[in-house]
Design a protein around this ligand. Structure first.
Ligand SMILES: Nc1ncnc2c1ncn2[C@@H]1O[C@H](COP(=O)(O)OP(=O)(O)OP(=O)(O)O)[C@@H](O)[C@H]1O
Ligand SMILES: [Mg+2]
Length: 239
């Protein structure tokens, strides 16, 4: 396997003086889909925020593309290509779908590749093309999520961090979304770090996975192997 694009080494991090993550290590290689799964309150969002530089970092190292980024401010990390689609989406409701996508292409490189990126986003999400002139605030839950991801893709991220993209969506839309993640990775070579509570779906489409509980990584490996783990199957009622 190739070298890590993103790597967290023995991370202790949290909020203020409160530690949430305990000795957390994980990596994502270029071209991989890595799933980070675990129950509510395990520290999954905190792990993503730590990658972005939005938590207190007490110990350990965060490396991106071979360099330590512990002290790199969040906006610089975004500039380097680390892009987070946060829980709850956060699209601009009064703007149209197309305007929202344009907003995503804010950096110079992204602006240069705007039409190519738009074509890519529309090929992955044909629904957004159909609805490009619709006001974003009137989209369905699934469509809003697609727009949030589409907007993030417009900035041409080197790694896309997705925080529970399927939250609150109907089962049919959830399966659709997971298929899209697979396609995004296979056809467009997008590197993904996927935080999810849909454990089975996540393990089925990812290459490797980490299971987090109470701020610690308790299980890790090839997703197909993790999926066979008896404790995991019991804990998440996978039959
Ligand atoms: N801003 C904050 N300040 C203080 N504590 C926080 C903050 N955000 C989260 N926490 C605490 O950190 C712990 C981990 O929360 P986190 O949001 O990372 O979990 P999670 O795995 O993403 O859960 P969920 O599946 O519910 O989204 C929880 O105990 C939570 O209460
Ligand atoms: Mg969370």
């Amino acid at each position: 396997m190739s070298n890590a694009l993103l790597e967290l080494v023995n991370i202790e991090a949290g909020y203020g003086v409160f530690r949430v993550l305990h000795n957390v290590s994980f990596k994502v290689c270029e071209g991989e889909v890595v799933a980070l799964v675990g129950p509510n309150g395990a520290g999954k969002t905190t792990a993503l925020k730590t990658v972005m530089g939005l938590t207190s970092l007490f110990k350990g190292d965060i490396k991106f593309n071979g360099s330590k980024i512990n002290n790199v401010p969040p906006y610089e990390r975004v500039k380097q290509g680390i892009v987070l689609v946060p829980e709850g989406r956060g699209i601009f409701a009064p703007l149209t779908v197309l305007e929202n996508l344009y907003v995503g292409a804010y950096n110079e490189e992204a602006r240069r590749r705007l039409s190519e990126s738009l074509e890519m986003v529309f090929s992955i999400f044909p629904k957004l093309k159909e609805r490009k002139n619709q006001i974003a605030g009137t989209l369905s839950g699934g469509e809003s999520q697609m727009l949030a991801i589409g907007r993030a893709l417009m900035s041409r991220p080197r790694i896309l961090l997705l925080d529970e993209p399927s939250l609150g969506l109907a089962p049919k839309i959830v399966s659709e979304l997971f298929e899209i993640f697979k396609k995004l990775n296979e056809e467009w070579k997008t590197t993904l770090l996927l935080v999810e509570q849909h454990v089975k779906n996540s393990l089925e489409i990812s290459h490797r996975a980490y299971v987090m509980e109470s701020g610690r990584i308790v299980l890790e490996g090839e997703s197909s192997e993790v999926l066979k783990d008896e404790r995991l199957r019991k804990a998440y009622l996978i039959i």
